[in-house]
Design a protein around this ligand. Structure first.
Ligand SMILES: NC(=O)c1ccc[n+]([C@@H]2O[C@H](COP(=O)([O-])OP(=O)(O)OC[C@H]3O[C@@H](n4cnc5c(N)ncnc54)[C@H](O)[C@@H]3O)[C@@H](O)[C@H]2O)c1
Length: 277
């Protein structure tokens, strides 16, 4: 019997947790820029009864996304997408963050939206960072949502002179992810498929550990200490939300981005994490 095909980008902890929760019985194509990451996660999952094919791909490159889609289509129609590839503010310079997290995600949602099967469901992982940045204007939001992918990085608000640092670039990228989910879910809907985002707070993964040990380490430790939950989250808790969004129980949910941050964003605006307290 032919299996449903699931595309997963980013062989990290969040992707793996979601793929383990929702991918059993499916053919999973697991893409990562570092093939060794994809191979390692595929090994763990295949030894636990999953069916995972590792694939080298670069989210920031349209041709590479096409190649991954073509590889997946060898096994059947693509019905599920989990985009958990990305770089954090301590891992990469501004241009790379914009190219991978902002442009790459936009291209992936666009390209998978052209081929997603009826009844399909996609998830992209953004971040609480997109919530923390002050509001953009309605026009800026619209530009992030609707600008053709190849013109995105030429927008004034994404020009290097208008970006303060890597954190600002990351916040803009993650805000853009939410806006692209809203705009793309319309096209996905025309194919009978749904598209949503999940915006995690601090989740213990190698990416977060880089942040704890990076220049903003104290800021992050303070953040989870002073959020209502009083701790960082786990990738499996992110998978709880993904499971809802991927299943029939989430059938009326599309174009949404779910914040799962232990209340850190609330505390940042109205509680002990307020910047000036
Ligand atoms: N961990 C957190 O606290 C946290 C919080 C908010 C959002 N996120 C987001 O969740 C997503 C996954 O993060 P994670 O914590 O699982 O990280 P992770 O470091 O465990 O995994 C990320 C994976 O993405 C891969 N990757 C990086 N650039 C790529 C590219 N250009 N093409 C293909 N693969 C690439 C890396 O090689 C890595 O294997 C990211 O988008 C991140 O911004 C994480």
């Amino acid at each position: 019997m032919k299996k449903d095909v699931m595309l997963v980008t980013g062989a990290g902890q969040i992707s793996m947790a979601i793929a383990r929760r929702t991918g059993f019985g499916k053919k999973i194509i697991l893409g990562d820029r570092k093939i060794e990451n994809a191979v390692a996660i595929a090994k763990v999952m295949n030894e636990a009864g999953f069916d995972v094919v590792p694939f080298e791909m670069d989210l920031s490159c349209r041709e590479s996304i096409w190649a991954m889609i073509a590889e997946a289509q060898k096994y059947g129609e693509i019905r599920y997408l989990v985009n958990g590839a990305g770089v954090s503010p301590s891992q990469a310079p501004i241009e790379v963050i914009l190219k991978v997290d902002l442009y790459g995600t936009a291209v992936l949602l666009e390209e998978v939206g052209k081929v997603i099967a009826e009844g399909g469901s996609g998830i992209t992982i953004s971040s609480q960072s997109g919530w923390r940045m002050p509001q953009l204007t309605a026009e800026e939001d619209r530009l992030l949502a609707m600008t053709p992918t190849e013109d995105l990085l030429a927008l004034d608000l994404l020009k290097p002179e208008n970006i303060r640092d890597t954190l600002h670039a990351y916040q803009l990228a993650k805000r853009c992810n939410e806006k692209r989910v809203m705009a793309e879910c319309i096209r996905w809907g025309e194919r009978g498929a749904r598209l949503n985002g999940i915006a995690p707070g601090i989740i213990v993964t190698p990416l977060a550990l880089d942040e704890f040990n990076g220049p903003r380490g104290d800021f992050y430790k303070n953040m989870f200490a002073k959020c209502p939950a009083g701790r960082p989250g786990t990738a499996d808790e992110v998978a709880n939300v993904a499971e809802l969004l991927m299943s029939e129980k989430g059938a009326f949910i599309t174009g949404s981005t779910f914040l799962i941050d232990g209340g850190a964003t609330s505390s940042y605006f109205y509680g002990p994490l307020q910047p000036n307290t």
